[in-house]
Design a protein around this ligand. Structure first.
Ligand code: NAD
Length: 477
């Protein structure tokens, strides 16, 4: 029987298919108003232990189901998310800040699509050798309990990117959302109670310490982590205790290169959204925009003109294009970068002034005109709506500058001479490179960072295989 879920109250953890409340709680805050919107249970070590043990127990039966049986559950999970899509969209805007009619809707639509498509994916056994003497078979076996840790920028989608392939491959899961955006994930846990056998998907909430307990836990066999590079390094260190498998999707400082034959007027809208979508709080947002000197002035003029038409505000308002920064800690970090821009006398082509009197963590769309390559806004990932536009005139030099970063998540090249654009794209050191398009994802497209942007792959059969061990059987005939 399907029960009614309230999306405005009763935020409980899901442990072994049951609702768990705690006396110890922390607050969830609406970033557009700074109002407290809910009390969130704070998991103890004992709660985590129960979640892990229930996931471990049910692993025996869950992993024994056929991929078709698991696929059916996952498809139903997608249908259940679809049933609660409107409520989840509203909750996502309330806790994360992104506009309900655009960002929140896209995030839910993609999450539902992921459930439905990944439910059809199969890691088929491979016959490697079949001779008169013997057979060699390659199988994929599930790992056991997966610990999933997510950030606050896309709490629903990045959670689904972990839940769906991990469960599809036969694992069970303990998931921990960011303490800044726990609400949708707790409700997803509640929805999962309707769909999955008890213990297959557990959701626990708490702070960073809870994340650390997960990464250290001896009965957790894999960590799937999305977050900052700094935390990713800690995860990797503590996962070494029992040689956990790890997938790390970390930070980025993605560059876009605009060639001199590009048409600034027709490009700026796409590039604007690629940089400022989700208020710049996006691992693969364009964070450095290199424009050839021949068209630099015209490009900057057009970009500023387009950016002036953008409304920053409460994501519940249908006229809002960009919401607030998601939390106070990040808001202070972004303001600190703005201060540095001013202290070092960089040219601000648009924005830069924060109205601290207004409630909410709002930062205006800010464009920095040709800052030096070693300035903080070029070197660091601002994770806010501030973009440096940089001038170049030599292709070897621009590639050198683009690659001169510890990050290697994604990049893009834009211009009319597609063959030349592709030749530059091949020189960008990153996991994904786009030419004349950007931010295309798919359940069949591998996604992962190079260098310090990550470790391993999400999505595609490669991503599914990361939730398995390779096992080889050899039989003498
Ligand atoms: P964060 O690293 O601060 O936190 C991410 C998660 O890790 C949270 O759930 C947090 O509670 C948990 N955590 C913190 N300390 C931990 C520890 N010691 N052990 C285990 N877990 C711990 O990141 P954030 O600020 O939430 O997210 C922003 C960052 O995430 C940015 O750097 C961004 O580029 C990156 N990101 C990457 C991708 C990607 O796919 N590559 C996607 C989205 C965000």
């Amino acid at each position: 029987m399907i029960k009614t879920i309230a999306f405005d109250k009763d935020f409980t953890m899901t442990i072994n298919g049951k609702s768990v409340v705690k006396e110890q709680t922390f607050n969830a805050v609406n970033p557009a108003t700074e109002e407290i919107i809910a009390s969130v249970p704070e998991a103890s070590k004992d709660d985590l232990e129960q979640a892990v043990q229930s996931a471990k127990t049910v692993f025996k039966t869950w992993s024994n189901k056929t991929p078709d049986e698991r696929g059916e559950y996952i498809y139903k999970f997608g249908e259940a998310l679809d049933r609660y899509k409107e409520e989840l969209m509203s909750l996502l805007t309330l806790e994360q800040g992104k506009p309900r009619h655009s960002g929140a809707k896209i995030e839910l639509d993609m999450s539902i699509q992921w459930c439905k498509e990944v439910s059809q994916q199969r890691l088929d056994l491979e016959i490697i050798e079949d001779t008169e003497q013997h057979v060699v078979e390659k199988h994929y076996t599930p790992l056991g309990v997966v610990g999933a840790i997510t950030p606050w920028n896309f709490p629903v989608l990045l959670g689904v990117w972990k839940i769906v392939p991990a469960l599809m491959a036969g694992n069970t899961m303990v998931m921990k959302p960011s303490p800044y955006t726990p609400l949708c994930t707790l409700k997803i846990g509640e929805i999962a109670r309707e769909v999955f056998p008890d213990g297959v998907l557990n959701v626990v909430s708490g702070g960073n310490e809870l994340g650390q307990w997960i990464t250290e836990h001896p009965d957790i066999n894999k960590i799937s982590f999305t977050g900052s590079t700094a935390t990713g390094k800690k995860v990797m260190a503590s996962a070494s205790t029992n040689l956990k498998r790890i997938t790390l999707e970390l930070g980025g400082n993605d560059a876009a290169i605009v060639l001199p034959d590009a048409d600034p007027k027709s490009l700026v809208e796409d590039l604007f959204w690629a940089a400022y979508g989700n208020s710049g709080q996006w691992c693969i947002a364009i964070k450095r925009l290199y424009v050839h000197e021949e068209i630099y002035d015209e490009f900057l003029y057009e970009l500023v003109a387009f950016a002036k038409s953008i409304n920053v505000g409460n994501g519940n308002n249908p006229s809002t294009d960009l919401g607030p920064i998601q939390n106070k800690m990040q808001y202070e970090k972004v303001k600190n970068i703005l201060e540095d821009i001013k202290d070092t006398n960089l040219n601000i082509a648009l924005g830069g002034e924060v109205d601290d009197e207004q409630p909410g963590y709002f930062i205006p769309v800010t464009i920095v005109d040709n800052p030096p390559e070693d300035s903080r806004i070029v070197k660091e990932e601002p994770f806010g709506p501030i973009l440096p536009v940089l001038k170049y005139n030599d292709y070897d030099d621009v590639i050198e500058r683009v690659n001169n970063t510890p990050f290697g998540l994604a990049g893009s090249v834009w211009g009319k001479d597609v063959e030349f654009a592709k030749s530059l794209a091949r020189k960008i050191e990153s996991g994904t490179v786009w030419v004349n398009e950007i931010h295309i994802h798919g359940t069949h497209i591998p996604f992962g960072g190079h260098k310090q942007s990550g470790f391993g792959i999400e999505n595609s059969l490669d991503g599914l295989a990361e939730f398995t061990n390779t096992k080889v059987y050899m039989f003498k005939k």
